[in-house]
Ligand binder design. Structure first.
Ligand SMILES: Nc1ncnc2c1ncn2[C@@H]1O[C@H](COP(=O)(O)OP(=O)(O)OP(=O)(O)O)[C@@H](O)[C@H]1O
Ligand SMILES: [Mg+2]
Length: 630
């Protein structure tokens, strides 16, 4: 029976004599080491081990026989085994001692640990992977016991909360919250979530750093359960929402401004047309009235129409529908030329300091608008410092990476020239700051502010491809940064203004007028006739084109840009460019509907901006006719 036991055992069993020689080996030993029992018989047991176990083993045996000191007998050790083919594998060796017929023997029982070792290696690999992921994910991970004590916190979380891993381990999870979520409710949610799809529960919350600072965050919380369903741990992933919320607020404000801009632009555009008619007709009346009382009435009406025109101009600027006159400029020169004016405007209580960066990049923008923007900002600063203070205007180059959230929408990455206007005045509350770009938003008493200053700057900057940021702290002051896109062109000579000093009269040239608005058309026709031109008029671009096709002879086309009926002034101009390239065309518009289109044609023939005066009209028509003759 003993023999049968040896034969059937799955562990290797060897009998060894007191000199360490193998006397018998069972079949499991043969299978394990690849030797037959004949090959093993009478050879030292150490043949089954690689170095250094081989020599150690001899040493232990010899020592035991000599001194009786037990190093391995009855203890068992994990050592390495070596097969006949030389391969090495982990084994457990248990050595026992027995006597048979007066001789001393040892028994060796050997278990193959290969499978166990593979399992251990897999466990090691997995925990290494887990550790790497846990350590390197940018996401904040906190693992806590079901009862709430923090067990593990990853480096991203220690950075977010300002605790070291040691400090926080063992503390209750709730220390991470400003107002911890209701534990019972959360447990219920987690349990039902775990049952339904094993996903995480999402919470919006406010977290608290070690230093007490709080921040809005989003949490994803999930339960890790064992195979039997018992909760082993709770994993929480937190995300700081500060930037995201800023981005959302900024985008909401942007949408609101866009909507207000649409509305404002539409109204201002129609108003502009009406004002053109009013002031044009007043101008025509001007030549016919001599009675001083009537003249006074007339001049009052003219002044009102003028301020109406100024107002619509600002509104159009806000709505980004102003026809801008961009030119290549150096903002250092631009701002420097204004300092005298600023000193006078601001008065003695304001300490104006300027600093200009050398080698400032150039930009392309409307110089007149820049000037009024800077003056507007300076006046805002002055108003915020009623008993005096410091006003600093700086210029510098700014390379934006595209990660900064502008006050209204993101700042597009790129090279910009920056003008900063800072004051140490009253500053603004968050509520005021959130509304400053809305047209007519003002905190100033009636008569002091219209609330259009920052709105127009906003529209102008956006239309110029730039951006604006405002930093303000109640009681500390305000800094407004204007960003203008860098321009790589060379500066060109300042374009001469189109102000004709005296009316240049027509010499009987024939002008074709295209305008869909009957009143505006009547006014234009009348003005041109007064100037001494012959006029042919059409209500649509198509009608004018047909007449030209039909052989109508004229010297100049004067057309509105925005017209219903499919053919705009720009289309007409393009058609004429092919049909009769030498025929000059003047386009007129209340706003730049499509700035790109207009910019390309503006180079060749002029554009007259509404509302315009008789002198503007006279000058531009005369100049254009002369240009053709050259
Ligand atoms: N530098 C500043 N410091 C403190 N508050 C400011 C500053 N600039 C603007 N504000 C606030 O923003 C509001 C809007 O400014 P904005 O320039 O658009 O209009 P306004 O100055 O009130 O009127 P307007 O410029 O049309 O005369 C101001 O009424 C003020 O409350
Ligand atoms: Mg202002």
């Amino acid at each position: 029976m003993l023999q049968a036991l040896l034969q059937s055992a799955v562990v290797a069993i060897l009998a060894i004599d007191d000199r360490g020689r193998i006397r018998t080996a069972n079949p499991a030993a043969e299978r394990m080491f690849g030797y037959t029992s004949e090959e093993m018989r009478d050879r030292n047991i150490s043949m089954l081990m690689p170095e250094p176990y081989r020599s150690q083993h001899d040493h232990y045996m010899e020592r035991y026989v000599r001194t009786g000191e037990k190093r391995i007998i009855g203890i068992g050790r994990e050592v390495a085994g070596q097969r006949k083919d030389g391969s090495i594998f982990p084994i457990h060796l248990a050595v026992g001692e027995f006597e048979s017929e007066g001789d001393r023997f040892f028994s060796g029982i050997i278990t193959d640990l290969s499978a166990h070792a593979r399992l251990q290696a897999e466990i090691d690999r997995q925990s290494l992977l887990f550790q790497a992921v846990f350590d390197y994910v940018p996401e904040t991970l906190v693992i806590s016991a079901p009862e709430g004590q923090i067990v593990l916190i990853n480096p991203a979380a220690t950075r977010m909360f300002g605790y070291s891993a040691n400090e926080v381990t063992g503390l209750d999870w709730t220390v991470l919250f400003d107002a911890p979520p209701d534990k019972a409710q959360l447990q219920k949610d987690l349990a039902s979530k775990h049952e339904s799809d094993g996903g995480s529960v999402e919470i919006s919350t406010v977290l608290r750093r070690k230093d007490g600072r709080t921040f809005p965050a989003q949490g994803h919380i999930a339960v890790i359960a064992g195979a039997d369903g018992t909760q082993m741990a709770v994993v929480s992933l937190f995300r700081d929402m500060t930037e995201e919320i800023k981005r959302r607020e900024s985008s909401l404000r942007l949408q609101k401004l866009e909507a207000v801009g649409q509305l404002t632009g539409g109204i201002a555009h129609d108003f502009n047309n009406l004002l053109t008619i009013i002031s044009g007709n007043l101008e025509l009346l001007d030549g016919t009235i001599s009675n001083p009382e009537d003249r006074e009435l007339l001049s009052r009406a003219t002044r009102a129409a003028d301020s109406g025109a100024r107002l619509t101009r600002r509104l159009l600027t806000f709505a980004r529908r102003r026809q801008l006159a961009p030119e290549v400029i150096n903002l250092n020169e631009q701002v420097r030329s204004m300092t005298e004016l600023l000193h006078r405007t601001l008065g003695a209580t304001i300490d104006l300091q300027t600093s200009f960066t050398r080698d400032l990049w150039l930009t392309r923008a409307d110089a007149g608008e820049i000037e009024s923007a800077v003056i507007n900002l300076a006046i805002n600063a002055r108003d915020a410092m009623p008993s005096g203070g410091k006003l600093a205007i700086r210029t510098d180059n700014a390379m934006l990476e595209g990660d900064e959230v502008g006050f209204e929408g993101p700042l597009v990455a790129g090279d910009y020239v920056r003008v900063s206007v800072s004051d140490n005045g009253a500053g603004m509350t968050k509520d005021v700051l959130g509304r400053v770009f809305e047209p007519f938003f003002t905190t100033k008493p009636p008569g002091r502010g219209t609330g259009l200053g920052l709105s127009t700057i906003y529209g102008f900057i956006k239309q110029s491809g730039g951006n604006i940021t405002i930093y303000s702290e109640p009681g500390a002051g305000t800094t407004v940064n204007l960003y203008f896109p860098r321009c790589l062109d060379f500066p060109v000579g300042v374009t001469a203004g189109a102000d004709a000093s005296k009316e240049e009269r027509g010499r009987g040239e024939r002008i074709l007028v295209v305008e869909d608005n009957g009143d505006v058309r009547a006014l234009t026709v009348q003005r041109l006739e007064r100037l001494g031109y012959e006029v042919v008029e059409f209500p649509t671009g198509a009608a004018a084109r047909d007449a030209l096709k039909g052989g109508l002879k004229i010297d100049l086309v004067f057309s509105d840009i925005m017209m219903p009926g499919g053919l705009t002034g720009v289309d007409l101009r393009n058609w004429i460019g092919e049909f009769e390239p030498a025929l000059p065309v003047i386009l007129t518009t209340g706003f730049a509907g499509d700035a790109g289109d207009i910019a390309t044609i503006a180079d060749e023939w002029p554009i007259l901006r509404k509302p315009y005066g008789q002198r503007d009209l006279a000058g531009i028509v005369r100049k254009t006719l002369e240009k053709r003759k050259v």
